[in-house]
Design a protein around this ligand. Sequence first.
Ligand SMILES: Nc1ncnc2c1ncn2[C@@H]1O[C@H](COP(=O)(O)OP(=O)(O)O)[C@@H](O)[C@H]1O
Ligand SMILES: O=P(O)(O)OC[C@H]1O[C@](O)(COP(=O)(O)O)[C@@H](O)[C@@H]1O
Ligand SMILES: [Mg+2]
Length: 364
Amino acid sequence: MKRVLVATGGGDCPGLNAVIRGIVKRAAQEQDWEVIGSIQSFDGILREPTEIRVLDERAVAGIHVQGGTLIGTTNKGGPFAWPVKNSDGTWSAVDRSDEMIRKLQYLGVDAVISIGGDGSQEISQRLYEKGLNVIGVPKTIDNDLSATDFTFGFQTAVQIATDAVDKLVTTAASHNRVLILEVMGRNAGWIALHAAVAGGADVCLIPEIPYNLDKVLERLNGRFSKGKGFAIVVIAEGAKPVGGDITSEKSDEVGYANLRMGGVASKLMKDLKMAGFEADMRETVLGHLQRGGIPNAYDRVLATQFGVKAFEMVLEENFGTMVAYRHPDIISVPLIEAINRPNFVEPTCSLVVTAKGVGISFGD
Ligand SMILES: Nc1ncnc2c1ncn2[C@@H]1O[C@H](COP(=O)(O)OP(=O)(O)O)[C@@H](O)[C@H]1O
Ligand SMILES: O=P(O)(O)OC[C@H]1O[C@](O)(COP(=O)(O)O)[C@@H](O)[C@@H]1O
Ligand SMILES: [Mg+2]
């Protein structure tokens, strides 16, 4: 019997379960393969007692429509930076990757499918360099991996953000307000850009195009002076003013290496008020609603394609690679290529041109 271990890493996102189901159902077509899942990323392997779960067809039946991940995930710690408490109460990060690889050998694991975003695939690449048979699957609502046309989870997040814009429009119009919607994406403006175009926002502020407050004011004043009397601003959590910094803070959660983002909508509102803007304003921070709930059809399809392809790459022993979507094909790319180039919005790309073409201001 051969064994493939599946782990989901980083923030959860709609479609993870559809990937897992795709892997399991494809593996079931082979005679001699068993799929097991590590609970909460690779933590399940590193914990004592080991936390793994057999993933057979019964376990994954119908899960492609469910959000979250059947096997849990984490965006803290990991095999290269396992948090250990010191006697003085402080924490240190310990490299347990060699121990983890030994444990996987002991468990009879022939290959690992690591489903995750940029942070998780960096771990995959480092494990591959240490000799582990790893295949990556790109997940994230942020769509910030460039080796693939899209990551799964992104389209669902865009739909949720667009639904929010649609709802904000009716209340903004009723009250003659400016409503500011803050969406996720870390340093990528993809969710904001797509939701702004789909929802017909007036202003879209993204990390890749630092904004000038005066230009934003100009656009908003224009909306009110034309008698329209309301406006919608979509702002990515990583947006920043020209010459300014992102709105973020260091996390006090043990092992959490990323910056905690959030608060940029509130900052923009205050800055607009300080600059003399008089209309009423309210902010909505969409937050984790963007990662919750059921994946839309697009993400279920993409995730299923990724899952089936990932297992086929295991059969081909095509390790050190990541599944990717290059329309119309599902291909494999070197993991190193996937983590070396993030996917950010190019300020001159066609969707920004389209957005400007329908009058959306980027504050530039
Ligand atoms: N397979 C894994 N096992 C354990 N921890 C993981 C794993 N994958 C990711 N992590 C943790 O999550 C962090 C990456 O988080 P984040 O950047 O939010 O995720 P991603 O970009 O992969 O969605 C890593 O630095 C590590 O702490
Ligand atoms: O759930 P957390 O830890 O608050 O993280 C929030 C971050 O995770 C995301 O939702 C997804 O990012 P990853 O795909 O890199 O995990 C970001 O858009 C957001 O900034
Ligand atoms: Mg990421």
